[in-house]
Design a protein. Sequence first.
Length: 334
Amino acid sequence: MLTLDNNICVLEIVTWNGGTLGGPGRGHTLFNSTGYHLVELQQGEWMSIKLAVPNKGRLNERSIEILKQAGLEIEDGGERKLYATVKNGEISVMFLRAQDIVRFVHKGAVDIGITGYDLVLESGLDVHKLLDMGFGRCRLSVAVPEGKGMDAIADVPDGSIVATSFPNMTRRFFKENGKKVEVTEISGAAEVTPHLGVADLIVDLVSSGSTLKTNHLREIATIAESQAVMITSKEAMCTEKREEMEELALAIRSVIDARGKRYLMADVKVSTLDEIRTFLPGIAGPTVMNIVGRTDIVAIHVVVDKSKIYESVNKLKRLGASGILIVPIDRMVP
């Protein structure tokens, strides 16, 4: 049995392959501390890549979106599901709390997990980051009430009470800065605690900062930057599944890389090609194709940064280009 925390454990079951000579097989069954059955992975599923994604919120939605764009067709998934399979690949998907995924990965209950980097740092567990996912960006910040005379960490009085959902990172940060504070762990809504007299300041995740402003708080320090990440255990990287995990990471990376790009096609004069190459370099240069019946005009295809589309189209028009088409790119595989 692999104990993950006080609420969830993994029971490893060894079974014999029915009627075959393949030897023993294995399965994983997840239970909480009351014995309530969460999900059972059968032998065939145990041999596939086990991927954990957050079960709710923005991390869930964006993770599923990227997996689908990478060509993974998830079956039996849904808002209330704990487990799903991928139709066109040997991948099993488990929907778990984002804060539990790091422990599942570290214990080997799942091979890969998608979760917030802030949760990886808070756990203190030694896991391997496969890639940054490029969404869910935020920062873990120290925030204080306006008008309290605290403009930097040096101004925080010893003995101050700090409310946070990240007690480990908070304690480490203040200790490293030579401050003796009392850390009060809460499960959410840290921004209201100073006004209720529960805390003198907070440590919380900040995205736009609008919630802090609404509650008359302001940031005085950043503890860590965070975004969604794909992680695995260092032990898993030494198994026969490593190649499959790296292939999955590559597929997702191709989706992430494509998001800031567009595919541009246009008919241009041959005499303008050299100038076009100066502002449309593409990946390895624009692809140039002849047009039947024309010797003065060619068609170009090129990958362009999304941020440069407006400028590029205007330059092409000034050079006499026509038939300009711009389309999104689903994936860019190196």
